[in-house]
Design a protein around this ligand. Structure first.
Ligand SMILES: Cc1cc2nc3c(=O)[nH]c(=O)nc-3n(C[C@H](O)[C@H](O)[C@H](O)COP(=O)(O)OP(=O)(O)OC[C@H]3O[C@@H](n4cnc5c(N)ncnc54)[C@H](O)[C@@H]3O)c2cc1C
Length: 467
């Protein structure tokens, strides 16, 4: 394939044509639960509900195809990461709720693993492998961030079984990237094939009796009603599981900012290349840069590598044409070669991306109003693979009026303030991306003046992102 052809690695390695899901929706029809969006959030909610109550009439409405959104395009980190720090969660909700949420995330990674194991012999094997995560520091500023994260986890009572700080030498057992001076490892992460996972969930939900309607666009939701391109559906509960695309619904443009994350992917590497890179147990990997980068060694021996930094589009616009960007593609390639010089000659023929839902305070939420029957979950920033499973199970408990440990977690009922109107939103988001990139450059260049510049950019970044 020529280097310039944009295609997702995940769709190229899905292993066959995905099924088409069609449900005839004509005029006015009814169900118990209508779910908007066939990504992880919508499908986990549907599957958990039908498992708990098999006679429920559930319909999942998807404008495009199953897994069209971030769920089919992501980096495949099934991690216990939350987009806000435990310190911030604790300052808002209290220490014990923060710990409970983190522990629920640890358990969620294992629950996704159990589902993946049961789906492994089906049509779509999610290729879940629990190899943990390594975060590497390549300069002193990055090392400082690792030490801070480590100390924070320790201060919340998490021990060696949850997180460890490694020397450069120790880190080579996980990953042999260039210029590593320190690393942080956690076992609470698995690498998986994201598009296979979303199809495996859809298949399980469909088999259990959930009706999935692809090609049906929802125009608006209201208590008891969903207005779609195919007619109006009456439902006791309506779940919005539209993440970044929520901004396209009436009155919701400022609920989240759709920020793009992008990836590149290689053909399978040779065993010599893998010996020089490591990642033998397939830990997902990242560096402690300000601008997020991430990668995984796929089950079939490819490098999938991604990062943020793609432009935010004025007015929170989302369009197919924004899914790739040659400047970002080149930047990602440079970053992966800097990390692993042995891939300098490797072609990264796959390039793709998609929008993340970023709330103004970076705080995800799950919500259900028992009076109106309206529910929603999202705002995971770039940490939605496992989190959407926790959200789906929590939404199911809420809709079934169950009072459980999940429904008492601190993100239930959280409301983020709305983003600023344009042009302030555009200015703030673009400035945030610039600050992250400039801080990284200054940090890696060293020297006293560079240190001051880095600190100034980092302060600006912290102010803009509330971190
Ligand atoms: C490039 C990239 C890399 C990422 N990497 C990771 C990672 O490694 N680990 C991690 O944890 N997270 C990652 N994320 C984030 C993660 O993928 C998402 O948080 C998660 O998939 C969100 O799932 P969702 O079901 O809530 O939303 P989505 O998967 O976006 O699903 C929403 C669905 O709703 C549909 N829809 C929207 N509007 C309507 C409408 N009006 N009517 C009908 N249907 C509608 C869309 O077509 C879409 O299919 C990444 C995201 C991207 C883009």
């Amino acid at each position: 394939m020529p280097e310039s052809t944009p295609q997702s690695l995940w769709s190229a390695t899905l292993g066959g044509e995905p099924p088409r899901y069609g449900v005839e929706i004509k005029g006015s029809s009814g169900c118990d639960v209508a779910i908007v969006g066939a990504g992880y959030t919508g499908l986990w909610t549907a599957l958990t509900l039908i498992d708990a109550q098999p006679d429920l009439r559930i319909v999942v409405l998807e404008r495009s195809r199953v897994g069209h959104g971030a769920s089919g395009r992501n980096g495949g980190w099934c991690s216990a990461l939350l987009p806000i720090s435990l310190t911030r969660i604790a300052s808002r909700h209290g220490r014990d709720p923060a710990i409970a949420w983190q522990q629920a995330m640890f358990a969620t990674v294992n629950m996704v693993g159990q589902f993946a194991a049961s789906a492994a012999f089906g049509r779509f094997d999610p290729q879940f492998h629990s190899g943990g995560t390594i975060t590497m520091a390549h300069d002193v500023a990055q090392e400082g961030r690792l030490e801070k994260s480590f100390a924070e986890m320790r201060s919340f009572g998490f021990g060696d079984d949850d997180i460890r700080l490694l020397s450069a030498h120790e880190s080579t057992a996980y990953c042999r990237a260039d210029h590593v001076i320190r690393a942080l490892v956690t076992p609470h992460c698995a690498a998986l094939h994201p598009l296979r996972l979303v199809h495996a969930i859809a298949e399980a939900a469909h088999r259990a009796g959930v009706r999935i309607a692809e090609g049906v666009a929802v125009h608006d939701v209201a208590p008891g009603h969903v207005h779609t391109s195919a007619g109006t559906i009456n439902a006791d509960a309506v779940v919005l599981a539209t993440e970044a695309y929520t901004t396209r619904l009436p009155g919701r443009r400022r609920d989240v900012a759709p920020l793009y994350s992008m990836m590149i992917g290689s053909e399978p590497l040779t065993s010599d290349q893998w010996s020089s890179i490591g990642l033998t147990d397939r830990p997902t990997f990242t560096s402690a840069t300000n601008m997020v980068i991430y990668g995984q060694r796929s089950a079939d021996g490819r490098l999938a590598f991604g990062g943020r930094g793609a432009p935010y589009h004025f007015g929170s616009r989302i369009a197919d044409g924004f899914d790739t960007d040659e400047r970002v593609r080149a930047h990602l390639r440079e970053a992966v070669v800097r990390m692993f010089p042995s891939v300098a000659e490797v072609a990264f023929a796959y390039h793709w991306g998609g929008p993340l839902g970023v709330p103004r305070d970076w705080h995800p939420h799950v919500a259900f109003d028992a009076t109106t029957g309206l529910a929603s979950a999202g705002g995971y920033v770039g940490d939605g693979v496992a989190t959407a499973n926790l959200a789906g199970r929590t939404l199911a408990d809420l809709i079934l009026r169950r009072d459980t440990d999940l429904t008492r977690l601190p993100w239930v009922g959280h409301r983020s303030r709305r983003w600023e109107p344009e042009p302030l939103r555009w200015l703030g988001v673009r400035l945030g991306a610039l600050a992250a990139a400039r801080a990284d450059v200054a940090e890696s260049s060293g020297g006293p003046l560079a240190g001051q510049r880095a600190a100034a950019w980092s302060r600006l970044l912290a102010t803009l992102t509330n971190h």
